[in-house]
Design a protein around this ligand. Structure first.
Ligand code: GLY
Length: 395
């Protein structure tokens, strides 16, 4: 039995109306993104933009950590949206490093393999039928599956499965990694991947959502007994605050699981997370880095707005036409996108190789604060394509 969670009414009437933002303006925003990608194509053909920029400029890095798939995913989105071969050719050059990463065992003991391989290898396979990419995406799914604790029903986020500091920790971000498992079951007919994903989504919805519909960033389970232990934060303000990007991962991640499973309860809970998020936005619809802040001088996290915009669009797509919130969620996404396109892009920073300013990687960690973030750029592009084309996300 799931705990009951609040269903806050939407406080602001603003979401009842679409913003004044035309198709031409959205196309112009997309045009700016494609121009930036073009400028970066050569530099980032064998390397990747780092997770966050430094002074608005991404250093070039190797395939490591959780973020290289975002740049490759942007190339695939650009290819899908335009049909231009230069995007496909650059993405294909990059696939080699995703294969090597698995062969050489570079930073593969992490749940983030979903972020990394969904947007690179799964996208390549879905768009171009690349068989080698399919093989490596399935290897990544195997590695992800090996991180499950059956008794607790969760996938451990980071580190060695026997590390006492990490053992049994799930994190809200992991919802975005589950589509790799759903896809692997569809491809192979082996239901173990799907069962692990279903169980993890269910446990996350049970334990990571608080009664007020805010979320914990991370939650520890007892891997022997399966009992819930405690919620803690990693990148949020405090253990009992609501990290804005974590809430956004839930707003998008739960509906991704409901899309694959048809579990309407997950969609319903995502709606409630969404209302909590929308009710804490400042006037320009871009949240502070933690939703404990609703005004003042703390930094915004533009990436949380971009992720949430995709999440609201995904929710709207799954809701019946007559659902009272369907158009409100589309409007919410458009309000966020309009604001990002008008006030958060690097259009006024010609030396920047990023797209969206004012993201925050980790405020407590002092990393990437008030910088471009490569996932913020990715989700901004994905959202723009969702509202201007019938493009399919790769999740
Ligand atoms: N998944 C890590 C982050 O959102 O910073």
């Amino acid at each position: 039995m799931h705990n009951s969670i609040a269903n806050e009414p939407l406080a602001s009437p603003v979401f009842r109306e679409k913003p004044k933002w035309t198709k031409e303006e959205a196309e112009a925003a997309l045009g700016f993104v494609l121009k930036k990608i073009d400028e970066n194509l050569e530099v980032f053909s064998r390397t990747f933009p780092d997770a966050a920029s430094q002074g608005g400029v991404y250093p070039a890095v190797d395939n490591f950590e959780w973020t290289p798939g975002f740049w490759t995913g942007m190339l695939w989105l650009a290819y899908e949206a335009t049909g231009q071969d230069r995007y496909r050719e650059t993405a294909e050059k990059q696939l080699e490093s995703f294969y090597d990463r698995i062969e050489q065992g570079v930073h593969i003991h992490t749940h983030d393999l979903g972020f990394v391989y969904s947007l690179s290898c799964v996208a390549a396979y879905k768009l171009t039928g690349n068989e080698q990419a399919r093989i490596y995406a399935l290897k990544a799914a195997d590695l992800l599956l090996s991180r499950t604790f059956p008794k607790a029903g969760i996938i451990q986020a980071w580190g060695d499965l026997n590390d006492p500091n990490q053992r049994g920790r799930m994190i809200i971000d992991c919802l975005m990694n589950l589509p790799l498992l759903y896809w692997a079951s569809q491809e192979t007919g082996d239901l173990r991947y799907r069962e692990a994903a279903v169980r993890h989504a269910d446990q996350a919805s049970r334990y990571m959502i608080r009664e007020d519909a805010s979320t914990y960033h991370t939650f520890f389970m007892d891997t022997e007994s399966g009992a819930p232990l405690r919620g803690t934060t990693h990148q949020g303000f405090s253990d009992d605050s609501c990290w804005a990007r974590g809430q956004a991962w839930g707003i998008y991640g739960f509906p991704l699981s409901s899309r694959y499973t048809g579990n309407a309860e997950l969609l319903e809970r995502a709606k409630r997370l969404g209302h909590y998020f929308l009710n804490r936005l400042p006037a320009d619809f871009v949240p502070y880095w933690d939703l404990i802040f609703t005004s003042g001088a703390e930094e915004r996290d533009s990436s949380a707005a971009a992720i949430a915009a995709c999440g609201f669009l995904e929710q709207a797509e799954q809701l019946p036409v007559l659902d009272e919130f369907r158009s409100l969620y589309e409007n919410a996404a458009l309000h966020m996108l309009k604001s990002l396109s008008e006030s958060y892009t690097t259009a006024d920073l010609p030396n920047s190789n990023g797209l969206l300013k004012h993201g925050v990687y980790s405020k407590p960690g002092g990393a990437g604060v008030d910088e471009c973030t490569i996932w913020g750029d990715y989700f901004y592009l994905e959202a723009l394509i969702r509202v201007t084309r019938n493009g399919k996300a790769f999740w």
